[in-house]
Design a protein around this ligand. Structure first.
Ligand code: AMP
Ligand code: MG
Length: 519
């Protein structure tokens, strides 16, 4: 029997819903509802993350046990587990949406490892809860593979994220109309076990504020600080402001990371924003192939592009303002939260420059570098240059004789390569001159650049290939990708195909360039 130690503070210290069962309802005066996962017919462990297992002190034998499989499928609880869904609201696409809640996520409690670290476990797709509204509480295999792989890929890129312990096939089908166009299809179902110190979202606080449940709002703030931000417990009367500022800082750093690697979340609603500054709720996300600030992978967002690549930092800030609105009633004075937003701007600006200084191999960011970078972005956009390939290749530039060949692989179109070879060569010459100013040994510069410019990313078409094969019963590519993405900054001999740019067939294919929320 796999052993985990549980200390379930969320349900112990915060009030729960008095009603049992899954009747869809508004839940007042409570932060969670007790639920039971719905058992599935034929669960199979398709993949797991050995690193996440290890952080929970679970060895490979424990992961292979029938008890573990039953728990990860939602068919049984391990000793100490409690099953509940948490209650939150959120702003979706800019509008207040009221109560949302864990409609297809079921928390299993808080595991404490030998190092006294706390991890909430959460099943995604394990059946309906009181927050499911009219939906089924399930998840399809394709989106579960995407969440499983991307959580782990992000972690190995050094980006704060919720993790994924396991991917379990349910042996059941789930019906989805992928593009909401009247073509529902029965697809294989799956359950992912997600792991994070906390799954608390901005929306948890927003809902209590919107309902005027201020005493409970204060309780949830106190609880969150005590459990998840213990370093702030001893702060004085400015504790709320200090906490909000910390959330702002973490969110700013997260946005810089996303912009650095070309990750587009796709649904940055406030219910999908973690107070810990983690990437959370992988849905219609995507990775930028050809550099395009206006690109969004989410078909639901295609017309307004609210959540496109370039707008993410501004949207995160807007979301922080919504969190500030929710917390205002608890403040002593009007300025207590304003400092947090200011801090967001400062940290974002500083960290963005630091990140791009590293990507470009500069010792430090200097004022004039902004123009160089802006010019590069504009060239990359117009010439449709692949972001990951370009930045990785740039480290190979001979700065005494800068030529276009090193980045030649990053074009998608021959006509654009021809049209932009002169302006890009000119840019490379300016860039080489800038590097000369630093006088840094090439080996150091290259090492510095390679540590932030990944060779491998979970390109949308790669995830889709793994999905296509898994839907035919072949999970090999999931394991291959998990392996490659474990060391994304290393050149991996024999695994070069995994770094290939998007092939032509994937340019407009569902799953590769277009994704919907239907998952
Ligand atoms: P998302 O856009 O995935 O963050 O989901 C927004 C809200 O819809 C959350 O409250 C989810 O729990 C809920 N939701 C999404 N898909 C389902 C589903 N298949 N069953 C029940 N609730 C869902
Ligand atoms: Mg969500």
């Amino acid at each position: 029997m796999p052993m985990l130690n549980f200390d379930n503070r969320f349900v112990r210290e915060l009030p729960g819903d008095s009603e049992r069962g899954n009747r869809p309802r508004q839940v007042f005066g409570a932060c969670w509802s007790a639920v039971q996962a719905t058992a599935v017919a034929a669960p199979r462990l398709l993949a797991h993350s050995r690193e996440v297992a290890a952080s929970l002190d679970l060895d490979e034998q424990a992961m292979a046990s029938p008890e573990m499989l039953a728990a990860l499928a939602g068919n049984a609880l391990l000793p100490g587990m409690v099953a509940y869904a948490s209650c939150y609201g959120g702003h979706q696409f800019g509008q207040w949406a009221g109560q949302l809640g864990d409609g297809r996520a079921i928390l299993l409690g808080e595991a404490i490892n030998r190092r006294r670290q706390r991890f909430e476990l959460q099943l995604k797709g394990a059946g309906p809860t009181p927050y499911s509204r009219r939906a089924d509480g399930r998840a399809v295999l394709r989106s579960s593979i995407r969440e499983f792989l991307c959580s782990e890929a992000m972690h190995h890129l050094g980006i704060p994220t919720t993790r994924a312990l396991s991917l379990v096939g349910t042996g059941e089908t789930v019906v989805r109309d992928m593009f909401y166009d009247g073509h529902p299809v029965a697809e294989p179902g799956a359950v992912v076990c997600r792991v994070a110190p906390s799954f608390t979202r901005f929306g948890h606080f927003e809902l209590l504020a919107a309902r005027g449940e201020y005493a409970l709002l204060q309780r949830l703030v106190d609880f969150t600080i005590a459990r998840d931000f213990p370093e702030l417990v001893s702060s004085s009367e400015q504790r709320l402001g200090a906490w909000f500022t910390e959330i702002c800082e973490r969110t700013a750093r997260l946005m810089v990371h996303w912009m650095r690697v070309g990750f587009v979340h796709g649904v940055m609603n406030t219910d999908n924003m973690s107070v810990l500054g983690l990437t959370i709720d992988y849905g219609p996300y995507g990775w930028v192939d050809n550099f395009d600030p206006g690109w969004t992978p989410n078909t639901t967002d295609a017309s307004s592009r609210r959540y496109c690549f370039a707008r993410q930092p501004a949207i995160a800030r807007w979301n922080l303002e919504r969190l500030a609105d929710a917390l205002t009633v608890l403040t002593l004075g009007p300025d207590e939260l304003a400092a947090g937003i200011e801090r967001y701007d400062e940290v974002y600006a500083t960290e963005f420059c630091a990140a791009f200084a590293a990507k470009l191999g500069f010792l430090a960011w200097s004022h004039d570098d902004s123009e160089l970078l802006e010019d590069l972005f504009e060239l990359m956009r117009q010439a449709e240059i692949d972001m990951t390939e370009f930045f990785r290749s740039l480290a190979r530039l001979d700065i005494d004789r800068p030529t276009l060949d090193v980045v030649g692989q990053s074009f998608y179109r021959d006509d654009l390569r021809q049209r932009f070879s002169a302006p890009l060569s000119l840019w490379l010459t300016r860039y080489a001159a800038r590097l000369h100013q630093d006088g840094q040994p090439a080996t150091l510069r290259v090492a510095r650049m390679n540590a932030v410019n990944p060779r491998y990313a979970l390109r949308n078409y790669l995830a889709q290939q793994a999905i296509d094969r898994a839907e035919q019963g072949d999970t090999e590519m999931i394991h291959e990708l998990l392996g490659v993405l474990r060391t994304p900054y290393d050149e991996q001999t024999g695994r070069e195909p995994f770094s290939a740019k998007r092939p032509d067939w994937a340019r407009h294919k569902a799953g590769c360039s277009m994704l919907s929320c239907s998952s």
